[in-house]
Structure formats: C-alpha cells, structure tokens
Ligand binder design. Structure first.
Ligand code: MRU
Length: 359
C-alpha cells in the first residue's frame, strides 16, 4: 500500500452513506454544515426522493444510493416467486432513473443492478446476490477514489514540488462519493504530500455545495482553505494565485467533453486564458461512451426558487429565473482527465476509446 493511501485511510472522517441492518443510512446534505443528521431509508421510493431533493448528491454517491435502493425494493419481495421480481421491480428502476437526469453514474449503477437481477432471479438467494452487487459498486467507488487520488497527486508533483494554490468548484469530496472524493481525493493526497498552500473553494451558487460541503470537509481535516464567491475566480487567477483547477464530473462523453456543476465551463474558459491547468477527476462509471459529445447530455434545470429565495425569503425582484445546474466544458479546455483506469491528457475521442478498451 502506498504511503499516501495509508495516510488517506487513517485521515478518513466523512462518509455520505452507510449500509447496515438491511437499511440505507444517508447523511442529510441539505442540513450541513449546521446539523449532522443521518436518516434511515427502507424503500426505493424514499431513496428516489432523497436523490431528487439532494439529501444525497454528487454523481457517484447517487449511483451507489440507487444501487442500495434496488436492494431495498427487492427486500419487499421475499414472499413472491423469483420469476416475478423483474416485472415488479421495473417501477422502482423507473422511479430511481427519473430522480435526476445528468449524472450518468445513476444510470450506470441501475444498469448494473438490472443485469445482476436477471442473473439473481435464477439463484436460490437473489436478495443476497443483489446486496453483494450493491456492495461491490460501493467498494469499487472507494477503491477508484484512492487510485485517482494517487494519479492526480502524481500530476501535481510532476508539475511542481512547491506548495500550490488549488481551486475547486462544487463538492466532489467524500460527501459526493462512497469514499474519499474525486477532486477532493486528489486535493487530500496533495495536502498529505505537502503540496497544498491553499485550496480556493468557489461557493457554488445557488446550492452552495462549496461553502456548505467542501469547506466543511476540508476545514474538518485541517486543510488550508479559503472561500470565495464564484465570480472572483478570474481575479484570483489573474493574481497568479492558482496553479490547478481540480473538479469532478457528472458525465464525460466519448469525445472527452465534461458535464459538471454549473460554473465549471466558465472556470475552464478562465483557466485557459490565464494558463491555469484544469484537471477533471472521476471514476470510469462517469464516462458515457454512448454519447458522442456534450451537446447530447441532458442538463438538469431546477426550480427558480433556488435563486429567487434565500432562507425562505424572496431576495429577487419580480422576475423569472433560469436555473440550469450543470454545464458542459468542451474537451479542448481540459488538460487532463484522471480516472482509475488511467490518465487522459488533452482528451479526445481516440484517447477516450483507448482508455475504455484498456482494462
Ligand atoms: O448537484 P450536485 O451537487 O449533485 O452536483 C455535484 C457535482 O457537480 C459534482 O462536481 C460531481 O457530481 C462530481 S462528485 C464526485
């Protein structure tokens, strides 16, 4: 085990989801950082709602939650013949798939569970087979986080051995995954390696994943961090503060385009202008080779109330609000995509194909 891996395991503090006593426990991310409240889920419908309402969020985490939700749905069927399970569970698969549209990890995990179900119903203990598959999805994400952290750290190290100013957007941390985080996994590893001067956290309007979640995770681990409004990114880059923008992803298409939290695209444009490197960190479950480019990614639009109101109080004039919560960064603006399968520098279709063929 690498030294960094050992240190990351020793420093682990935050988890977003737990599977125990045949139930799914989710840390309610709407209440952070003021309240650390865990809720117990026993039905797929409850989990679908938790995903929709962003009690659990972040691409890998919602995939893992959906996988366990299928197990919860199957737990209600133990009195029925196995031959009926696929038909009965169809409604649960549909409900879970409709919870959020952009992060492909959700659909990837549901497909894994669907494939597993087809095999499980031929076995004597289908529930145990489904549970093992959901746990495998959980554990694979944790393992991917550790590996991408090491690969990303290597890239930072190769570029400079001096402590760095890094910028991140949204929350791609432990709260967004089954493990240590994607972008924050790399940042954690860089910190443990002495390479972090300061992490600049964009607050990430309107849901404030940066100020509420990323700041909570980083400060909790003593990682030097500073919060800034999203619109100060250009200023920080112009002052030569930032060497890397490090973000996660919700869907990466076959040509290397990346959907991530709204604002990522403008950060990448700014980074290009200021010669700041952009690193996207994601497990390969975030890669959607079915879509040829980012134009085809469904972009979630949420209620305008998220912009019009603050703490339940209307702050905007009588105006309509447009609230897309993801955007697409073209591959040409990305220096490197880091996955557990390997690293893709200057991504394009051919390199993405090679990455996905390579085992
Ligand atoms: O709307 P959210 O909070 O689910 O959006 C999350 C992001 O955009 C993350 O950057 C992405 O899911 C990667 S998480 C490892």
């Amino acid at each position: 085990m690498s030294m960094i891996r050992e240190q990351m395991l020793a420093a682990e503090k935050v988890t977003a989801l737990q599977w125990r006593d045949n139930a799914l426990y989710l840390l309610d991310q709407r209440l952070l950082p003021q309240h650390e409240q865990w809720q117990r889920y026993t039905t797929a419908t409850e989990v679908a709602l938790a995903i929709r309402e962003m009690r659990v969020r972040g691409a890998p985490a919602i995939g893992v939650a959906a996988a366990f939700a299928v197990v919860l749905a199957a737990q209600q069927l133990t009195h029925r013949p196995h031959s009926e399970w696929q038909a009965v569970l169809e409604a649960d698969f549909v409900e879970l798939a409709e919870s959020r549209p952009t992060a492909v990890n959700l659909f990837w995990a549901l497909q894994k569970m669907r494939d597993c179900l087809a095999n499980a119903v031929q076995q004597s203990q289908p529930l145990a087979v489904l549970e093992a598959q959901a746990l495998a999805i959980f554990n694979a994400d944790r393992a991917a986080n550790l590996h991408t952290a090491e690969l990303g750290l290597q890239l930072i190290r190769e570029a400079s051995s001096a402590p760095q100013h890094l910028m991140t957007h949204c929350n791609a941390g432990a709260l967004a995954t089954a493990g240590f985080g994607t972008a924050l996994g790399v940042i954690r590893a860089a910190y443990l390696d002495g390479l972090v001067e300061c992490v600049h956290i964009n607050e990430t309007r309107p849901w404030l994943q940066g100020s509420r979640l990323t700041a909570w995770e980083l400060v909790g681990e003593g990682i030097p961090s500073m919060l800034n409004v999203d619109s100060s990114a250009a200023h920080l880059m112009a002052k030569n503060k930032i060497s890397w923008v490090i973000v996660g992803a919700d869907r990466i298409t076959a040509n290397g385009d990346v959907a991530n939290k709204i604002g990522t695209y403008q950060l990448a444009v700014l980074a290009h202008y200021h010669k700041v490197k952009v690193m996207v960190v994601a497990p390969s479950s975030t890669i959607d080779m079915q879509l040829s480019s980012g134009d085809e990614i469904p972009i979630e639009e949420r209620d305008g109330a998220e912009i019009l109101y603050l703490d339940g109080q209307r702050v905007a004039a009588q105006v309509d609000a447009f609230n897309p919560v993801f955007d697409v960064t073209p591959a040409a603006l990305i220096d490197v995509i880091v996955t557990e399968r390997g690293v893709v520098q200057q991504p394009n279709s051919q390199k993405m194909r090679e990455l996905m063929l390579h085992r």
